[in-house]
Design a protein around this ligand. Structure first.
Ligand SMILES: [Zn+2]
Length: 202
């Protein structure tokens, strides 16, 4: 249990904050990560729901993926550094940090679909450049149909929308990535997001 302050009425109350899960040991909790409910609290004072803000480690030993959800504070930064150093020696592990539950869920979707998240971030950037209007929070949702069309969600003028792109866009991005060796030699937990794309491809 940990103290949480409701952002609406500022009252403090206890919430159950889980520090992390191993998906092979806690399949039920994994579903609560996937649907986001693990990160939502309901305030006993005013009844409103809000997103919890605390560090969380998602570990899928089958996919060899560890994803660290950062809280807004510096809480857990030392633990993450130590874990990153230890996990770097684990063969073939993908180590990522994300800054929101939505980004965590997207990463899980990408890895469970068997995709490379770096190529997907580049693909999202390419697709967002081709959209006419200013879109925000573009996320990979799933592959669809026989041609593996990529389904994205995004926000436009406050509304959630979706769009599709051909799988060839992703494949092109993966080829570019391989040529540029983007992200090679990165150690420990890495944030791979739209900022990462701009750093590596501009
Ligand atoms: Zn409240």
């Amino acid at each position: 249990m940990t103290q949480s302050v409701c952002p609406y009425c500022r009252s403090a109350h206890e919430v159950s904050a889980i520090a992390g899960i191993n998906t092979s040991e806690a399949p039920a909790l994994k579903e609560k990560v996937r649907d986001g409910s693990l990160f939502i609290a309901s305030c006993p004072s005013c009844g409103k729901t809000y997103l919890l803000d605390y560090p969380f480690l998602y570990h899928d030993p089958d996919l060899k993926v560890m994803i660290w959800l950062q809280g807004s504070g510096n809480e857990g930064a030392d633990a993450l550094k130590a874990l990153g150093a230890a996990a770097s020696s684990l063969d073939g592990y993908i180590l990522r940090t994300v800054s929101s539950p939505g980004a965590l869920i997207e990463k899980i979707n990408i890895f469970e679909t068997g995709l490379d998240d770096r190529a997907m971030e580049l693909c999202k950037w390419v697709c967002s450049q081709e959209m006419e209007k200013e879109v925000q929070g573009i996320r990979f949702v799933r592959l669809e149909g026989a041609d593996n069309e990529i389904v994205f969600s995004f926000a436009l003028e406050g509304r959630m929308m979706s769009a599709k792109a051909g799988f060839n866009v992703y494949e092109d991005c993966r080829a570019i990535l391989a040529r540029r060796e983007a992200g090679e030699g990165e150690d420990g937990f890495v944030s791979v997001d739209q900022g990462w794309v701009l750093e590596n491809f501009r």
